[in-house]
Write a protein that binds this ligand. Sequence first.
Ligand code: GLN
Length: 205
Amino acid sequence: MTESNVGILALQGDVTENFMATMAALHDAGMDATVSQVKTPDQISKLDGLIIPGGESTMMGQLSMVNGAMNALKEIIDGGTPVFGICAGMILLSKNSTDRVMGSTEQPLLDILDVEIERNSFGRQKDSFQAEISLDPIGISSFQGVFIRAPAILTSGSNVEVLSKFNEKIIAVKQGNILATSFHPELTQDISLHKHFVEMIKESN
Ligand code: GLN
């Protein structure tokens, strides 16, 4: 098998933590892969797997429009490349998003993940918290969820598998080649979700 090329979208957000967690997960899975920070359409088009990190989804969407990354992202995701959207990354992947307080934000979205998102669903920065959650459908019975200005999924399409809920709100899903979480697995020492993602890359190769 040729070496996989895994990218972390590095327009904005917590790129380094995802880089480290992905390296550790690939090592654990015994996979031969390179991990790089990507920004340009050309870099994005060559990937076998991509993480869109947490950060600020409005900013990330606007930057992706400006440098042409938006179309490149759509193309690889539609083409079946595994992608892991974390927090702001999950928002960017979605078809529909509103803010809990501000309502419509008219932000650029990739319009692929068939969910309706509520941004800042658990409150603002001061309401950030950690909670033990589980993702039983993918064999993770306990995971420490780090929620920072976290979004939640209010409704999801029939093609979307719900992986986890917290306080009745959907916080992790899978739709074909897309994995998405409201919380930040890269901010814990537990690499099991990143490991699940690199296994998705392995299977798609
Ligand atoms: N609330 C942020 C947004 O809407 C996401 C927060 C995060 O990624 N930690 O973009």
